[in-house]
Ligand binder design. Sequence first.
Ligand SMILES: [Zn+2]
Length: 115
Amino acid sequence: MAWAKKDGSGAEIKSIENSLRTVNERKHDMIYKLGELYYEQFKDAEIENEDFKSKVDIINKLDYNCKVWNNRKLKTQGMRSCDGCGNILPYESFFCNKCGVKLDAVAEELVIIQD
Ligand SMILES: [Zn+2]
């Protein structure tokens, strides 16, 4: 019986590669969502695992730097946000005109992240 070796370049292989890509993307997306859930649940908890702790620390610093970049963006428009309620106010404000909280200095210094 003759057996012809296939070259793997036809439409079938393309279709399989598309399926593989789709499955891997969904898997990656689910792992990401699982990580988000885990992070939200344990970010403020006392965790023994050093690897987890260091990753949470990096994420917290990235969160802080996001805030700094948002502050810098608002500052270019002469504005700032309220730490209490997120209200957008003139940069020189001392109190929030929405929730009444006394405003702290705007965080404008990025933290250095070493991973
Ligand atoms: Zn406010």
